[in-house]
Write a protein that binds this ligand. Structure first.
Ligand SMILES: *[C@@H]1O[C@H](CO)[C@@H](O)[C@H](O)[C@H]1NC(C)=O
Ligand SMILES: *[C@@H]1O[C@H](CO)[C@@H](O)[C@H](O)[C@H]1NC(C)=O
Ligand SMILES: *[C@@H]1O[C@H](CO)[C@@H](O)[C@H](O)[C@H]1NC(C)=O
Ligand SMILES: *[C@@H]1O[C@H](CO)[C@@H](O)[C@H](O)[C@H]1NC(C)=O
Ligand SMILES: *[C@@H]1O[C@H](CO)[C@@H](O)[C@H](O)[C@H]1NC(C)=O
Ligand SMILES: *[C@@H]1O[C@H](CO)[C@@H](O)[C@H](O)[C@H]1NC(C)=O
Ligand SMILES: *[C@@H]1O[C@H](CO)[C@@H](O)[C@H](O)[C@H]1NC(C)=O
Length: 405
């Protein structure tokens, strides 16, 4: 324990205790010692590091072989030298010498390097072998950007650059957005606030090692809500029509409500009307909502087209029609599309147009009149209107029968 007594008083108690632990090596003898500077090292994947180490062989021994290994041996056997392992060849370099320094350098650390490493030396004396117990625990970490589980549009968000172990070398962080560096040099990046259309890619880096990129999954209430109609074009009575509500939201909208005017008429992403009729004409809107909000669409005006309806004929002047007077028949019908009118007397077509005027009416004009209203969706015939012409001439004939003879 002579060497132990030489330890500088400045050395911490822990190092002292660690030193004591190292004493019972494979061969416990006065003067044998291995001292690892750190018991554990945390480093980044891909980085380089040195495991600092010192050792003391007994004064009357000369060191034949000094190397690092992953195995802690208890028997007399010799563990494999790390530099002979194909996994490590070219990536580890013994920086030590044959009497004091036993440091080891790693290059391009990989995840599989995570292990315990021990230094061992063998001297020219029989049984002259000593392995530093405890070893160095190497942890290898990568960088990950940690994003809060829920990010809602408008929130202030903090991204954190995470390692799985606490890096031994105090790192300087660099943050990137879409590959361009940002000003934050700590392990946190503050975004105040995030917008719903944030598609930026973020990553962090330490000593040239990059984390994978992350994008934020920003949640937001519906926006740009719109209604579309299928089939498009003219909607004629009797058809089936489907309205579809679409909106941009995250999470996607599950909850749709349909309105005709001010009254709610249905639920669901689509609203189907079979055998549509003119009473279905009107203004339709949909409201979409998710847990973050709701929004009403612009109105869609549905105009259901139909063949003429409610066709009727009126006569002017009303009352008795006297021969020689002028009579106008007027046809009316209900239609949103342009209509054409045709007039019939009995079965023969007599005129076109909304009105049919007979100047100087006479008995030949007696009969049944009908009007036909037609638009591009169909046609309809009116009820018959019977025209009775009162004949003054007959009246005269009755008064003066001799004149006829
Ligand atoms: C070396 O020295 C130690 C004591 O320091 C002694 O016990 C040992 O026998 C010596 N060995 C040789 C080979 O001289
Ligand atoms: C580091 O090791 C990885 C495989 O583990 C290899 O793909 C990469 O090229 C190496 N980098 C350097 C600089 O040697
Ligand atoms: C977000 O940060 C800004 C600036 O620091 C602050 O004014 C705002 O109140 C914060 N908003 C929330 C929701 O915390
Ligand atoms: C970053 O890239 C995304 C596409 O990957 C783009 O939508 C976004 O606008 C970019 N942001 C900035 C700040 O350039
Ligand atoms: C749908 O919306 C209605 C009212 O807007 C609400 O009461 C209901 O909870 C919502 N359902 C879901 C699944 O979000
Ligand atoms: C469609 O509706 C009209 C009345 O609006 C009805 O007379 C007709 O029978 C309906 N047709 C079908 C196929 O349901
Ligand atoms: C037909 O038209 C008349 C007058 O234009 C109107 O009073 C009546 O309500 C209409 N009937 C229908 C079924 O549309």
């Amino acid at each position: 324990m002579k060497v132990a007594l030489l330890i500088s008083l400045r050395m911490s108690l822990t190092v002292f205790l660690l030193f004591l632990l190292l004493i019972p090596g494979v061969v416990a003898q006065d003067g044998w010692a291995v001292n690892y500077n750190s018991k554990s090292v945390c480093t980044l994947k891909g980085s380089a590091l040195s495991m600092e180490c010192t050792y003391t062989p007994p004064s009357n021994h000369s060191v034949q072989k000094a190397f690092w290994t992953k195995e802690l041996v208890t028997s007399g056997s010799e563990p494999p030298d790390l530099s002979d392992d194909p996994e490590y060849r070219g990536r580890v370099q013994y920086l030590g010498d044959e009497h004091r320094d036993c440091s080891l350098r790693f290059k391009n650390v990989t995840e599989t390097d995570q292990s315990k490493y021990y230094f061992i030396f063998i001297t020219n004396q029989p049984g002259g072998k000593y392995q530093g117990a405890g070893g160095v625990d190497l942890s290898v970490t990568d960088l990950q950007v940690e994003v809060p589980e829920r990010v809602i549009a408008g929130d202030n968000v903090t991204l954190t650059c995470k390692t799985t172990c606490s890096l031994t070398v105090r790192p300087t962080f660099t943050w990137y957005r879409n590959g361009s560096s940002l000003s934050s040099s700590t392990d946190q990046l503050h975004l105040q606030p995030v917008s719903s259309d944030n598609k930026d890619r973020y990553h962090c880096a330490v000593l040239g090692q990059n984390s994978p990129e992350v994008t934020l999954n920003v949640r937001y209430g519906p926006k740009s809500v719109s209604v579309s109609i299928s089939p498009s074009g003219e909607i004629v009575e009797g058809r089936s029509v489907t309205l579809t509500c679409s909106s941009d939201a995250n999470p996607p909208v599950q909850n749709y409500t349909w309105f005709k005017g001010a009254s709610s008429v249905g639920k669901g992403e689509t609203y189907t009307m079979n055998n549509i009729s003119s009473v279905d004409s009107g203004e339709y809107k949909c409201r979409s909502s998710n847990e973050h909000g709701q929004k009403l669409s612009e109105a869609l005006t549905l105009n259901v087209l139909y063949p003429p309806k409610n066709i009727s004929v009126s006569v002017s002047p009303s009352g008795k029609i006297v021969e020689g007077s002028s009579v106008t028949l007027t046809c009316s019908s209900d239609s949103v599309s342009p209509v054409e009118y045709h007039w019939f007397k009995g079965t023969s077509s007599v005129a076109k147009g909304e009105t049919y005027t007979m100047k100087k009416i006479s008995s030949v004009n007696r009969g049944e009149y009908k009007c036909r209203s037609s638009n591009k969706h169909g046609e309809k015939l009116s009820e018959a209107l019977t025209l009775n012409v009162l004949c003054e001439y007959i009246h005269v004939f009755v008064e003066y029968p001799s004149n006829i003879m």
